[in-house]
Ligand binder design. Structure first.
Ligand SMILES: Nc1ncnc2c1ncn2[C@@H]1O[C@H](COP(=O)(O)OP(=O)(O)O)[C@@H](O)[C@H]1O
Ligand SMILES: O=C(O)C1=C[C@@H](OP(=O)(O)O)[C@@H](O)[C@H](O)C1
Ligand SMILES: [Mg+2]
Length: 180
């Protein structure tokens, strides 16, 4: 049995497993699972791609900031953020005030294998999406590195194994995760 004192915000690139590992992690910790992208889609009644297309990325980022703020004020949970959320200082600030951040780190080659067949990520709707993904990784890593904890997600770890690895990392923070 675990007792979670703060919301765990999973951050990192598209394809890192924030949504998939977050779901498994919440099940292990017996806390709610929330995904900021899902909440934005529900509120807007449109897909992420449609929101980017019709309202623009800046509009999406404002909704993302609001949704993350709202979710962080609820009882401790696992919160999967969208890949761009942790780049914004305002999101890093609200996550560090109310929760703990965990970067799911993965090599771009692994990320690419996971996202290449999906069309749901508007930032990869470019002429050369593989190259875009590699470039985004390089630009964003310094921001993700500001997270409180890092868990490596190389291809060898299954979604379940990753959830267990996140729990091991959280155990180093007894102020966040207590074994009851
Ligand atoms: N450790 C893993 N092993 C195998 N497949 C994974 C792993 N992590 C994620 N995936 C798969 O990769 C894809 C992207 O994962 P997702 O959770 O949507 O990433 P994110 O939310 O970080 O963009 C999904 O199909 C998911 O099932
Ligand atoms: O990296 C990004 O900027 C984005 C990642 C997506 O979430 P995932 O990281 O869950 O794919 C989603 O929020 C949107 O397409 C923008
Ligand atoms: Mg996701």
């Amino acid at each position: 049995m675990y007792r979670l004192h703060k919301t765990v915000a999973l951050v990192g690139m598209m394809g890192a497993g924030k949504s998939a590992v977050g779901t498994a992690l919440a099940r292990h910790l017996k806390v709610p699972f929330v995904d900021s992208d899902d909440e934005i889609v529900k509120a807007a009644d449109r897909s992420i791609a449609e929101i980017f297309q019709r309202d623009g990325e800046a509009f999406f980022r404002d909704r993302e900031f609001e949704v993350i703020g709202r979710l962080l004020r609820e009882k401790p949970a696992v919160l999967s953020t969208g890949g761009g959320a942790f780049l914004a200082a305002r999101n890093r600030e609200q996550i560090s005030s109310h929760g703990i951040s965990v970067w799911l780190r993965a090599d771009p080659a692994v990320l690419w294998q996971r996202v290449r067949h999906k069309t749901t990520r508007p930032l990869l709707h470019t002429a050369d999406p593989r190259r875009t993904l590699y470039e985004l990784c390089e630009q964003r890593e310094p921001f993700y590195a500001l997270a409180d904890l890092v868990v490596d997600s190389d291809a060898v770890y299954s979604i379940e194994d990753m959830a267990v690895r996140v729990i091991e990392a959280l155990k180093t923070r007894p102020d966040v995760l207590e074994e009851a």
